[in-house]
Design a protein around this ligand. Structure first.
Ligand code: SIN
Length: 534
């Protein structure tokens, strides 16, 4: 059993401190509400911090929200939520202007914003700060946050459960990862902004914190979830022995880098007229085909034809990181392989971050607004976090739900002690199984087996654990099972979800989001007429 502390009270509890959580915090604090931002690690440790390429928005006079809308819809494989995409592209330029007014330094040439290109954008519309755009955005939002007295960061506190009374969320339970006790927080609104879950897969560009914690909190509380089968595999992660799967930004291809196979051929022409700048699902699958044909462990990203000073200046982080592994990217080709990068699905929300449970809001990668459909357009994710973080903040202020007068519900905090050595091995096994059976190419029987294997691993835990590493691993199991269920359910191929046993798009049956709620052990898929997009 683990100790439960006396509850704290605040107006708004935000779980997560990436772009969505921070932008939401600024909005609710500006309106006078007290905010706690809880993070399981240091406050700046988020997926946002590692975003390289940039943030897309129609800020160029030759561009328009309409163009951005069309590119987003085309990349999304026919199932984007058009209302959400409209909100994204129309609000985007305003929110970016604000970021600049907070001090965000995006690259400029002769005073004008430098806009770069990435896959499936018809125009250059990506603002960036070198190749460390997320770090720059996190810097200014953090600076702004610490200047506001009614925002209180609570580091090393991991959200584990919603506190629900009478069909409404009135707070949440946090695991104090250092004291190993539980802190209930009573509030008017809980905002999930915990980011993604790339670490559920063996090959991933994500930092180690990305274990899907917020998605599992919602899943286990029976909130509506959507589109979890759509996992984006970034085509180019560094593939060197003993090096982490470091992201090699798509903007490298945007600035002219080529993809070559083991034989040195520029192969993308075989797969798409847009070549290296086709959408990510197409490029990732093309790489997998080339690997099969050439029997190679990786393909190459080639920048050798670009000016070396330009490379060093434009991609300082990537240049330095590769050099630290003995690879000079101005002179040598870079071995690359696709890796899990982003989950298009998550906690289903409306266009103001409201979820199916009153009192719970979500934005950023943890949420599914539907803007990305089956395949996210590059650099739309930071924009989504910014736009919908703000919009969720507006909704929280508008709804202004009352604080509960009751004491927290009683939690069963007994758990089975699983040795940490075993936990680490299970974590490795889960990620390997997910990568092998639920990666870029899937089929029904392997997915069914995967689900059973995950059930076996879950049985080793027996009960839900209350310690950070164990809890993350348990979350990986819960999310893995849900992703597998969604991938089994969608018997077609669309966007990032490719089933070799159903290799074609089936608009008649599947031009719709995958929506489900988990009830006990059951995954109940819902076919709502209003969600049907055809
Ligand atoms: C990248 O820099 O390639 C990542 C950008 C994104 O995921 O949108």
């Amino acid at each position: 059993m683990i100790k439960i502390e006396e509850p704290l009270k605040t107006d708004v509890l935000i779980l997560g401190s990436g772009i969505a959580g921070l932008r939401c915090a600024l909005e609710v604090a500006r309106c006078g509400l007290d905010v706690i931002i809880a993070t399981k690690d240091f406050p700046r440790e988020s997926n946002t911090l590692y975003a390289q390429g940039g943030i897309a928005a129609a800020v160029d006079p030759d561009d328009s929200p309409k163009n951005h809308f069309e590119d987003t819809i085309t990349a999304g494989g026919g199932i984007c939520n058009e209302k959400a995409v409209r909100a994204l592209v129309q609000d985007g330029p305003k929110r970016i202007k604000e970021l600049i007014s907070y001090g965000a330094n995006f690259d400029r040439i002769s005073g004008e914003l430098h806009l770069t290109k990435e896959g499936a954008h018809r125009l250059n519309r990506i603002l960036h700060s070198g190749d460390y755009t997320g770090k720059e955005i996190e810097r200014v939002l953090m600076l702004k946050m610490v200047s506001i007295t009614n925002i209180k960061p609570l580091p090393f506190m991991m959200g584990i459960k919603l506190w629900i009374e009478d069909d409404r969320c009135v707070g949440a339970f946090l695991l104090d990862v250092e004291a190993e006790s539980i802190l209930p927080i009573k509030c008017r609104a809980v905002m999930l902004a915990t980011g993604g879950a790339g670490r559920v897969f063996q090959e991933s560009t994500n930092p180690s914190i990305a274990t899907g914690d917020g998605m599992v909190i919602a899943l286990e509380a029976g909130l509506k979830m959507a589109n979890l089968e759509f996992v984006q595999f970034h085509p180019t992660a560094l593939h060197l022995k003993d090096a982490p799967r470091f992201l090699l930004s798509e903007s490298m291809r945007g600035e002219g880098a080529y993809l070559r196979n083991l034989n040195g051929e520029r192969f993308m022409a075989k797969y798409d007229d847009r070549m290296e700048l086709a959408s990510r699902d197409i490029v990732a699958r093309a790489i997998v085909k080339e690997l099969k044909v050439t029997k190679a462990p990786h393909v190459f990203l080639d920048l050798r034809h670009l000016d070396s000073d330009f490379i060093r200046k434009r991609f300082p982080t990537i240049y330095a990181t590769c050099l630290s592994y003995g690879l000079d990217i101005t002179k040598e080709m870079i071995p690359v392989h696709p890796a899990a990068h982003y989950i298009m699905g998550g906690v289903k929300t409306d266009t103001y971050g409201r979820t199916s449970l009153k009192g719970v809001y979500a934005a950023g990668e943890v949420a599914c607004t539907g803007v990305h459909g089956a395949n996210r357009l590059a650099s739309n994710s930071l924009l989504e976090g910014l736009v919908f973080g703000y919009r969720a903040g507006r909704a929280i202020v508008k709804d202004y739900l009352p604080l509960s007068k009751k004491s927290p519900v009683v939690l069963d905090t007994s758990f089975n002690e699983v040795e940490i050595k075993i936990v680490n091995e299970l974590r490795r096994q889960i990620a390997t199984l997910m990568w092998q059976a639920c990666g870029i190419v899937r089929n029904g029987s392997e997915l069914e087996n995967l689900f059973l294997e995950l059930l076996n691993i879950e049985a080793i835990f027996g009960k839900e654990p209350f310690e950070r590493r164990r809890r993350e691993t348990w979350n990986m199991i819960q999310l893995g099972k849900a992703i597998a269920q969604c991938a089994i359910y969608r018997t077609e191929s669309r966007g990032a979800h490719f089933r070799e046993d159903f290799p074609f798009k089936d608009d008649l049956r599947w031009k719709r989001e995958t929506i489900f709620v988990k009830k006990g052990k059951e995954y109940n898929f819902i076919k709502e007429e209003k969600d049907k997009l055809l």
